[in-house]
Design a protein. Structure first.
Lengths: 51, 185
């Protein structure tokens, strides 16, 4: 992989539109220290049930 | 966060059962390059000022004060236009997630996070699909958690990550909020 590719440049879009971005964000977010409960829907459920 | 963030916030609020609302932080523009942020403001919270940019660009304090006054007024006007006179929900002790369709400089997100903290939020989360890798650290310092889809090193514009990145209009923002509030009734 050359320096340009390693820079993270992506010629292709990652999502189709804002709705797809929102769903990905809700279901498969990335972030520091996110474990198996990274999914926002799962975390909201867990909060609701106090688990 | 208007305007694109409302479209995402609507989907996330429906997916998680969270309560959707809107805030109107405003970028403080550099006097010579309006695309460049020297900071950001929101009514009722102290401004975030990017001291490095201000020093490097030699921006005068008087300009900053005038720009802050202009943008606070504009933020208030937009807030009224988007949500009318509805009282804000009480945020004390609650989890607040600030959503936008991407972050570039992060100035408006930083002032929004400070505002949420000032409202007594128990936890402030930032959720944006795309954020420059170099910006994550500064946003993390203002909140408890930053969520994203990708944090590329090469980041020219938020729109580069979307196949379709249409401008969201003010009336679409109002319609989205009205639809959400109608369904919640």
């Amino acid at each position: 992989m050359d320096d340009f590719a390693q820079s993270g440049f992506n010629e292709e879009p990652i999502v189709r539109d804002r709705s797809e971005a929102a769903m990905l964000l809700a279901e498969k977010p990335k972030g520091r220290g996110l474990g198996p409960l990274g999914c926002l829907r799962c975390r909201a459920e867990a909060l609701r049930w106090g688990t | 966060m208007p305007r694109g963030g409302v479209a995402l916030g609507y989907v996330i609020a429906k997916a998680t059962g969270a309560e959707l609302d809107i805030i109107t932080p405003r970028k403080l523009k550099d006097p010579y390059e309006p695309e460049l942020a020297i900071g950001a403001v929101m009514p009722g919270v102290s401004a975030f000022l990017n001291d490095d940019v201000i020093a490097a660009r030699g921006v005068y304090p008087q300009y900053i004060e005038e720009e802050m006054a202009r943008e606070v007024e504009e933020a208030s006007r937009r807030l009224r236009a988007y949500r009318g006179s509805r009282p804000y929900p009480e945020l004390g002790g609650r989890i607040v997630m600030l959503v936008d369709d991407g972050i570039a400089t992060g100035a408006t997100m930083m002032v929004a996070a400070r505002w949420a903290r000032g409202q007594g939020a128990a936890k402030v989360m930032v959720a944006v699909p795309f954020i420059p890798k170099e910006t994550i650290g500064s946003i993390e310092r203002e909140c408890d958690e930053v969520l994203y889809i990708a944090a590329p090193e090469f980041f020219m514009a938020i729109g580069q990550f979307y196949a379709e990145f249409l401008q969201v209009t003010d009336s679409e923002v109002v319609d989205t909020l009205k639809e959400y509030w109608r369904q919640k009734r």
